[in-house]
Design a protein around this ligand. Structure first.
Ligand code: ADP
Length: 395
């Protein structure tokens, strides 16, 4: 039984990963109770949310149980089936973002078609059904290599292939035929770097746009984020923010929208993909912005006034802690604290309560300050120490 006043809504969060855990962290501050639907009793967010239902988000009866008594429903991931969200909406639950918006984060083919109609710049693309069609597409964009992607179900670089010939397309089409997903072919963009434009949008239409950041991926996984993106042409930064605001409004996104972008060698921005939830490229804002993305996601889905997305310091660098492969040294994250915290009293550490497996996202660190090189070194050092990469060396 919640002791909160009666007008306080209960917010249902579907999915029990670290995004739900950090959403819960923001909800604690605002005094908003959360009901969690988690995949298991011990997953990241279930460790910190008392009111947890354990079950499968693909099962409508489980979803109904989880959202009962909750005015608003939001998400840790984008995988809840659209038809279930439509049912919940018809039954009076406000799903934020709603199913009509969310499909653009679930299906890359739907997303590309919609953005193209909105005149939002995207890589050239085409839906392909055979290696021969992929070859014809490649010929139309200047030849191989091109990028093939599954329309649905990809994440962290899974479901993305860079192919250099028709023969190399076989893997993608094998996945397509075994899973029933379609394949999207895209030109391989010659990008200088990857950027991300994050906005929070409320049902009333208020929007808060975060500074555009640079993200660095390794093996398809986000490694490092710098806010703001260094040396970004101010006009290009504004263009990226405008794209995010336009997409959020046109798709009626509620909550955080992350627009992942390529900055091309010739000075344009092209949309790579959309996420409609707090995003890894926004983790810097928890410590580096006046209002973090998790708090603004909560404010937005509850239709409360949004908080300032302005940066607190000239530079913020977030580095993910990915599980290392140094055995016990990598597994004992807590054992990293004495060194990391003593070396850098201004550093912020976020651990997700997950078992350490090589390459798995188990936490992140954030440093901010006036000097980019210094801030970056501090964040990279701490993440490397937690991974166990530096633990054997003396300082
Ligand atoms: P995921 O759903 O796994 O995040 P993405 O579509 O973001 O998949 O692709 C993963 C990575 O592959 C991107 O971060 C980028 O580095 C690369 N990539 C994707 N699409 C293209 C493209 N059209 N041109 C060049 N590189 C691409």
């Amino acid at each position: 039984m919640s002791s909160a006043a009666s007008s306080t809504p209960v917010l249902a969060v579907i999915g029990g990963g670290q995004l739900a855990r950090m959403t819960a962290q923001a909800a604690v501050s605002l005094g908003v109770p959360i009901r969690l639907l988690a995949e298991g009793p011990d997953v990241s967010a279930a460790q910190v949310v008392r009111d947890t239902v354990v079950g499968d988000y693909r099962d409508l009866s489980v979803l109904r149980e989880a959202v009962e008594g909750c005015a608003v429903v939001t998400f840790d991931h984008e995988h809840v089936p659209t038809e279930h969200l439509e049912t919940l909406t018809a039954e009076g639950h406000a799903c934020r973002p709603g199913p009509a918006a969310l499909v653009h984060a679930q299906d890359k083919i739907v997303m590309r078609a919609r953005l193209t109609r909105l005149d939002v710049p995207c890589p050239r693309h085409r839906v392909v059904t055979t290696p021969g069609e992929a070859e014809a597409f490649a010929a139309s964009v200047g030849g191989f290599p091109v990028v093939l992607k599954t329309s649905r179900g990809g994440y962290d670089g899974k479901g993305v292939w860079v192919v250099g010939s028709a023969a190399e397309c076989e893997d993608a089409f094998a996945v397509a035929s075994s899973t029933g997903v379609r394949i999207l072919a895209e030109e391989k963009v010659d990008f200088r770097r990857e950027l991300s434009a994050l906005v929070a949008r409320s049902p009333s239409g208020q929007v808060a746009a975060y500074p555009v950041v640079e993200s660095v991926q390794r093996d398809g996984v986000c490694w490092e984020v710098t806010a703001p993106a260094p040396d970004l042409d101010p006009e290009l930064g504004v263009a990226a923010q405008r794209i995010a605001m336009k997409v959020a409004a046109a798709l009626d996104v509620v909550g955080i929208l992350a627009v992942e972008l390529f900055e091309t060698a010739d000075g344009r921005v092209l949309v790579n993909e959309l996420a409609m939830r707090p995003h890894n490229t926004g983790h810097w804002s928890m410590d580096g912005a006046e209002t973090g993305q998790f708090e603004n996601h909560l404010r937005a889905v509850l239709d409360l006034p949004l908080g300032s997305p302005a940066a607190r310091a000239p530079w913020t660098v977030m580095v993910n802690i990915l599980g290392g492969d140094h055995g016990a040294l990598s597994e004992d994250l807590y054992g990293g604290f004495p060194h990391v915290l003593a070396r850098d009293p201004r550093l912020k550490v976020h651990l997700y309560g997950k078992d350490v497996k090589p390459g798995r996202k188990v936490g992140h660190v954030t440093a901010y300050g006036d000097d980019l090189d210094d801030v970056r070194e501090r964040a990279l050092h701490a993440a490397a120490w937690f991974r166990g990469d530096l633990g054997m060396e003396s300082e």
